[in-house]
Design a protein around this ligand. Structure first.
Ligand SMILES: Nc1ncnc2c1ncn2[C@@H]1O[C@H](COP(=O)(O)OP(=O)(O)OP(=O)(O)O)[C@@H](O)[C@H]1O
Ligand SMILES: [Mg+2]
Length: 282
């Protein structure tokens, strides 16, 4: 039997709030399964419990009840984390290290030898587009640069599961495009990715399945195609249609039992316009 990459069962986290003896139920009976090789997006408004769920999966927060397993190993067992890379929501790094030194530090604690590590650092620095900042101290990095180095850090030991809490937060459009491609490349290489994001357009481009949380609960889960497809509608995009052709199509629809909902000219995304303009202006 194949072991799932992630198995979260009925996870609940109740945080005590010492003032006024209240409690906050951050996560309530959440179950998620992510199969090996899948890209899974955990979505939801601010405060809905996404980060807390990820932290419980990674053994950083103790669940009030429920359990989580990574490749079959319980999260309370530190061995479960050996094959996991994690980009936290607010990564904190030793400020006095340069980008390359920081990766060397994380590579060493992951057990990489000097030679493969040097090669891996070069690969990752260029993968996340930080060549120019390689020897700068991370203390002076911008938010987007910190995200990029955090991502490189998460990938240093080529883990089988990559957990990314808002990987594109604060990253400019071309950087988030790079990160999107990087995640798609991880998927191509058979890696499993579990991410949270508020950039729904990107989520739609990269995730196989998504779960939507609200107020600590999972309110909807499914394959992206099933969630977004309007099953009883069909869209044609026709290039260079003559007025005769469009009027014939209109006529055919009018003479059928189908109902024309809309005709429109497709638009490009603002992102693609931005990327085209900034690429030619470099
Ligand atoms: N250590 C903590 N102590 C008390 N409450 C906490 C703690 N960590 C999280 N919470 C609360 O749990 C709830 C869920 O927070 P969480 O960070 O998991 O949300 P999120 O979905 O990741 O939100 P965002 O989109 O803003 O990152 C929030 O109400 C938050 O204030
Ligand atoms: Mg969060």
């Amino acid at each position: 039997m194949n072991t799932s990459a992630v198995e979260i069962r009925d996870l609940t986290k109740i945080f005590p709030v010492h003032l006024r003896r209240r409690h906050i139920t951050a996560v309530k009976n959440v179950s998620i399964t992510v199969e090996a090789g899948e890209v899974y997006g955990l979505l939801g408004p601010n405060g809905s419990g996404k980060s807390t769920t990820l932290k419980m999966l990674l053994g950083l927060v103790t669940p009030t009840h429920g359990s989580a397993r990574i490749f079959g190993k319980d999260s309370s067992d530190y061995h479960s984390r050996t094959d996991v890379g994690f980009l936290p929501e607010n990564p904190y790094f030793h400020k006095f290290l340069t980008a390359a030194e920081l990766l060397a530090f994380h590579g060493k604690i992951s057990g990489l030898g000097s030679k493969p590590l040097a090669k891996r650092i070069d690969e990752l620095i260029s993968l996340v587009g930080l060549e120019d900042a390689r020897d700068r101290r991370v203390g002076g990095f911008s938010k987007g640069m910190l995200q990029r180095i955090g991502l490189a850090q998460a990938l240093i030991h080529d883990p089988r599961l990559v957990v990314l809490d808002e990987p594109t937060a604060g990253v400019d459009p071309s950087g988030s495009h790079q990160i999107r491609d990087l995640i798609l490349d991880l998927k191509k290489r058979g890696k499993t990715v579990l991410l949270t994001s508020h950039l729904l357009e990107q989520v739609q481009e990269i995730c196989d399945r998504v779960g939507i949380m609200a107020h600590g609960e999972m309110i909807r889960e499914g394959f992206l195609d099933d969630l977004v497809r309007i099953k009883n509608q069909t869209e044609f995009v026709v290039e260079n249609a003559t007025p005769e052709l469009t009027s014939r199509i209109h006529e055919m629809i009018a003479n059928s039992s189908a109902h024309l909902v809309a005709t429109r000219q497709p638009e490009r995304s603002l992102e693609s316009v931005f990327l085209e303009l900034t690429a030619s202006n470099k």
